[in-house]
Design a protein. Structure first.
Length: 512
C-alpha cells in the first residue's frame, strides 16, 4: 500500500498540477513522450498519478462517498453548504460542488488517456504495457461511470486531446458510454492479475474489474451479465465474507478478505479526512461528559479503550449521522445495526450518556464504519472500501430474481442474514414471491451497504418511486428534501460554466 501512495509524490507536477483542469490546459505541454514513459518506473509513476485522483475525489474531497447516502433514507448531516445541495435537493442552483466533481473526473480521465496513449507508444515489454493499460482503462471506466451516474449523457473521449479539441466534444449518449465502460472493464478483467503482492495492495485486480462491471451491468438492467459476473466473483475469487460484520470496518484490518476495491489512505503521505467527517463534533456532544471527566470518571469508547477526556472521543465534525428511520428499520438481533448506531457512552461506573447531535441538526447517531479514533485530523489512514464481496451477493440475488431463479436469490440473501443474526432463525422463507424477494433485496441492500456510497444509485435503478418514497420516509428528519425532490433529480445539473467553455454540450438535463 505504501508503495502506491508514496509513488504518487513522484508525479505531483505531472498529474496533480498539469492535469488539474484538462479543459483549460493541455497535458501534452507538460511531459513529452520523449521525456517520460521510457522506463517501467516512469510509466508506473504516471499510472500512480491516475490513482491519485481517487484520493482527491474520495479521500481528500471526502463527501463524494456520501453523495449516495445523504438526501435519501440512510444518512443525515448537519447543515453545511458543501452537502446541502445533495441533502436538500438544491441541485437547480449553481454550485461549486458540481463543478469540482465534473472537473476532477475529467482531469482524471485525461490523465488516464495520456497514460494509455503514451504507454502504447513506448518500447517497453508488451506484458508490462498491457497491465499498465489495463489498470488505466479500469480507472477510466470507473471515472466515466461516476459521471454517468450523476449526469447520464456526458462528453466522452478516449484519446489524448488538447484543450481546443476537448472544448468541441459533444455529449455521448449514456448507452454508448456504458458500452465503453464495460469494454474497458472487460479488458482489465482478462489482463490484470487476480491478486496483488503486499507491496502493491491498493492496485486493482481482475476481480476488482469483474466486481465493478457486475454493479455497472446490474444498474443497467443487464441481468444475465450481472448474474454471471457476480457468481464468478463469489465462487472463484480469493475474496471471502468475514464472519464478523464489524471486523470488515476495523480500520486496522486493512485489505481484509472481503474487500475487493480499496482506495488506501496513508497518514502524512496521502491522508484521509473521512474519519474526521464521521466522528462527532466536540461542541455537540462533549458537554454531556465533561463534568463527569472532571469528577475523575472514565468512559468506555466503542473500540474498548478507556478514556478520560472528550478529546479522546470527539475528534471530528459530526457531519455523517445515521437516520432514526434507518435504525428503526432493523430487525431485533441484526448485528449490522451495532456499527450504524454510536448514540452514547457508558462510563466505567455504569452511567449511561446519550448523544443528541447538539445544535448542528444531526441525529446524534453516528456511524462507526468510517470513524477511526486517534487518527490525525484530516490526515488519517482510514481507507475507502469501494466494493466488497457482500455487494456481489446482493447483485447476484437481484439478477437471479429477475431471471426467475427465486430459490437461488433467497439462498444468497440468507447467507448475509445468517452472518447478521448469527444463525438461520431469521432466514427468508423459500415460499417468497418474486415481488417479496425484490422487497427483501431492497431492504438487505440498505442494511448491508448503508454509508458505503451506493444507496442513491440503487434507488434510482429500481425506479424514481423508490427514490421518492425513501425521501418521503424521512420527512420528519429531512423535511426540506421531502418538499424539494422532483422527478428530474434522478440526474444532476451539468455545471453552467461547462456550457460556456463548450457550447457543443447542447442543453442541460431535463428540468434544469
Amino acid at each position: 500500500m505504501k508503495r502506491i501512495i508514496i509513488n504518487l509524490l513522484v508525479l505531483m507536477v505531472l498529474s496533480f498540477n498539469s492535469c488539474s483542469n484538462l479543459l483549460n490546459e493541455d497535458p501534452k505541454d507538460f511531459v513529452s513522450p520523449q521525456g517520460f514513459f521510457n522506463t517501467e518506473d516512469e510509466v508506473t509513476s504516471a499510472l500512480y498519478g491516475v490513482y491519485g485522483y481517487l484520493h482527491d475525489i474520495y479521500i481528500g474531497d471526502y463527501e463524494k462517498i456520501f453523495i449516495a447516502d445523504i438526501g435519501v433514507d440512510n444518512m443525515i448531516t448537519r447543515q453545511s453548504p458543501r452537502v446541502d445541495v445533495y441533502q436538500y435537493y438544491q441541485m437547480d442552483a449553481p454550485t461549486v460542488e458540481y463543478s469540482t466533481f465534473w472537473k476532477n473526473h475529467y482531469a482524471a480521465i485525461g490523465s488516464a488517456n495520456m497514460v494509455i496513449a503514451r504507454t502504447e507508444k513506448s518500447a517497453l515489454k508488451e506484458e508490462f504495457k498491457n497491465n499498465i493499460i489495463a489498470e488505466a482503462r479500469f480507472l477510466r471506466a470507473f471515472f466515466y461511470n461516476n459521471l454517468v451516474l450523476m449526469w447520464g449523457d456526458v462528453p466522452m473521449w478516449l484519446d489524448e486531446l488538447n484543450v481546443e479539441e476537448v472544448s468541441t466534444v459533444t455529449r455521448t449518449p449514456k448507452s454508448e458510454v456504458l458500452k465503453q465502460i464495460i469494454a474497458d472493464l472487460e479488458y482489465a478483467a482478462i489482463t490484470l492479475p487476480g491478486k496483488r503482492e503486499v507491496k502493491d495492495q491498493g492496485r486493482v485486480t481482475s476481480w476488482s474489474a469483474k466486481s465493478i462491471m457486475a454493479r455497472v451491468c446490474l444498474l443497467d438492467n443487464q441481468w444475465q451479465k450481472a448474474y454471471d459476473l457476480s457468481k464468478e466473483v463469489i465462487q472463484s475469487s480469493p475474496h471471502k465474507l468475514l464472519n464478523d460484520f464489524n471486523q470488515i470496518f476495523d480500520f486496522k484490518n486493512k485489505f481484509n478478505d472481503e474487500l475487493i476495491f480499496v482506495i488506501p489512505g496513508l497518514t502524512d503521505v496521502k491522508g484521509s479526512q473521512i474519519h474526521s467527517f464521521a466522528n462527532p463534533r466536540g461542541r455537540d456532544e462533549s458537554g454531556k461528559v465533561d463534568a463527569l471527566f472532571k469528577e475523575g470518571k472514565k468512559a468506555i469508547r466503542p473500540d474498548g479503550t478507556i478514556v478520560s477526556s472528550s478529546g479522546e472521543l470527539f475528534q471530528g465534525w459530526g457531519m455523517f449521522n445515521t437516520t432514526k428511520n434507518l435504525l428503526a428499520s432493523f430487525e431485533a438481533g441484526d448485528t449490522r445495526k451495532d456499527i450504524m448506531d454510536w448514540s452514547g457512552l457508558t462510563m466505567t461506573d455504569g452511567t449511561r450518556i446519550t448523544f443528541d447531535g447538539g445544535d448542528g441538526g444531526g441525529s446524534g447517531h453516528y456511524m462507526l464504519k468510517w470513524i477511526a479514533f486517534d487518527e490525525k485530523a484530516n490526515n488519517g489512514s482510514r481507507d475507502i472500501h469501494h466494493i466488497r464481496l457482500a455487494e456481489l451477493y446482493l447483485i447476484q440475488a437481484e439478477a437471479a430474481n429477475e431471471l426467475n431463479k427465486p430459490a437461488e436469490a433467497i439462498a444468497l440473501l440468507n447467507v448475509l442474514r445468517e452472518r447478521a443474526f448469527g444463525d438461520s432463525s431469521h432466514n427468508y422463507a423459500s415460499s417468497l414471491s418474486k415481488e417479496e424477494i425484490k422487497k427483501a433485496i431492497v431492504n438487505e441492500n440498505r442494511w448491508e451497504l448503508c454509508g458505503e456510497g451506493v444507496r442513491r444509485w440503487y434507488l434510482i435503478h429500481w425506479g424514481y418511486d423508490y427514490l421518492y418514497n425513501a425521501v418521503q420516509a424521512l420527512k420528519d428528519e429531512n423535511p426540506r428534501a421531502a418538499t424539494n425532490i422532483k422527478p428530474h433529480h434522478v440526474l444532476f445539473k451539468v455545471p453552467d460554466e461547462e456550457f460556456i467553455k463548450n457550447p457543443n454540450l447542447g442543453v442541460n438535463n431535463p428540468g434544469y
